[in-house]
Design a protein around this ligand. Structure first.
Ligand code: PHE
Length: 448
């Protein structure tokens, strides 16, 4: 069967940005920045995105487009029997773990769409709103049901295939998302303690950084760019021959970073205005945002819109996560797409249920101090994705035929700036990425 392709160049950007922009930017970035000193974390994150992230994104694109295959099959073709094939498995494992915890948070956003419509039951105080979130997240059934519903929404889009389902949905939803975020960011400047919040986000206080915050900033960069688990290899296998890979990487990374900064601009002024704690962890966005909405005119309409948007952003990301496993089963196991979609969603349901219950009945299960949800996030973002990114950079930087890499990177690239950038990408893949990722990794895990 002929391989599916994304239909337009707008579609390529929409699906790639759709994968990158998600809960990682709007939910994960603010709480990671909040727990790691704000500005210093942002600075490190931006450095990681552009010095390491963009080159690895481009390298994944090269592998995917050149082989026209998903992650496991691509390495089987490029380096049969060699250790590089490990990337196929770290990628799959990462995808499945991320699908598990991500679907839970996406489920929370669905509950919050309805909470907004109900006006948060008339509760307006910060304590009251915290209590409502805690009671919801630790409940056994409610979050679980939303998670299941969210995975069913994935099923409905995925079953329609690549161009028909994923691309069509992203073309329409991604531009809408940008517009709504921009409106919220502008509103943020009118809050009482806007300047304190903006200072926290933009003023880097390097003394706040520890070994783990450096690892967190790198994990956040990988997670947010959807890189290191073969997701972009899989997407690039659906690119056309003349899709410009470097331009697509740079646009994706820039928009992705822009959205993370926007959500910081939305969250931190509110954190300070309403006297909340920037280091509140995964609940931050769900506790802080309702406080803003309760103090805005027409707040509940804005709130409903915001959570719809967050739901949409999550959906376009999980579609790409599921695609890693679906394409694996189709390419590698010769399975029909429908069957592969069903199996992937069932695995998602099993793991997401564990993560959801880890806030309630399973909260006593702790691994190295983390509950199941946090453990899945840590193992995927801070361990599997960096390992995947390091292997991809070494493979494309040193092992893959230099002429192929260059010609893939230059294809369709019309601007002189992007063509010049190719040299930096190759340099970084060889001399910056492997060493930097390795060092941060050992340092962050406390081995160094
Ligand atoms: N980048 C997505 C986000 O920021 C999450 C993701 C990670 C998607 C890995 C695909 C692969 O929400």
């Amino acid at each position: 069967m002929k391989r599916a392709q994304f239909a337009s160049s707008f579609g390529v950007i929409a699906v790639t940005v759709g994968s990158a922009v998600g809960l990682g930017n709007i939910w994960r970035f603010p709480y990671e920045a909040g727990s790691n000193g704000g500005g210093a974390f942002l600075l490190l994150n931006v450095l990681f995105v552009f010095l390491i992230g963009v080159p690895v994104v481009a390298a994944e694109f090269v592998i995917g487009r050149y082989t026209g295959l998903s992650v496991r099959s691509a390495f089987k073709k490029l380096a049969p029997g060699e250790a590089w094939n490990l990337i196929g498995y770290t990628g799959l494992a990462g995808a499945i773990l991320i699908l598990g915890f991500y679907s839970v948070v996406a489920g929370w956003t669905m509950e919050y769409i309805f909470e907004s419509l109900r006006g948060f039951g008339g509760v307006e105080s910060v304590e009251g709103l915290h209590g409502r979130f805690d009671a919801f997240a630790s409940d056994t059934w409610k979050p679980l049901l939303w998670t299941l519903l969210f995975l069913s929404a994935n099923f409905i889009v995925l079953i329609r295939g690549v161009a028909g389902g994923i691309e069509k949905a992203s073309n329409f939803l991604m531009p809408l998302l940008f517009l709504i975020l921009l409106a919220f960011a502008i509103n943020s400047f009118t809050l009482d303690k806007a300047s304190e919040g903006l200072k926290f986000l933009f003023h880097p206080d390097l003394s706040k950084l520890t070994g783990t915050s450096v690892l967190d900033a790198m994990g956040q960069a990988f997670f947010s760019l959807s890189v290191g688990m073969g997701c972009l290899i899989t997407y690039a296998s659906y690119f056309k021959r003349d899709t410009p890979l470097v331009k697509t990487s740079v646009i994706t990374a820039s928009l992705d970073t822009f959205v993370a900064i926007l959500s910081g601009i939305i969250i931190f002024p509110a954190v300070f205005t309403f006297g909340q704690e920037p280091a509140a962890g995964p609940k931050l966005v769900f506790e802080v945002l309702p406080s803003i909405f309760c103090h805005m005119t027409g707040g509940m309409i804005w709130s409903t819109l915001f959570f719809i948007l967050l739901f949409v952003a999550s959906l376009t990301s999980t579609l790409s996560i599921c695609e890693v496993s679906i394409a694996y089963m189709v390419d590698e196991l010769n399975m029909k797409r429908t069957k592969a979609v069903i199996i992937t969603i069932l695995i998602g349901i099993a793991l997401a249920s564990l993560c959801s219950l880890s806030f309630g009945p399973l909260s006593d299960i702790r691994i190295a101090g983390r509950n199941i949800f946090d453990m899945f996030d840590f193992a995927a973002s801070n361990v599997l994705l960096p390992i995947g990114g390091m292997l991809v950079s070494i493979y494309v930087g040193f092992k893959m035929d230099r002429m192929i890499v260059k010609s893939e990177l230059l294809k369709g690239e019309k601007s002189a700036a992007m063509r010049g950038f190719v040299r930096f990408i190759i340099f970084s893949l060889r001399w910056i990425c492997p060493g930097a990722i390795g060092l941060v990794f050992l340092f962050g895990l406390g081995i160094f």
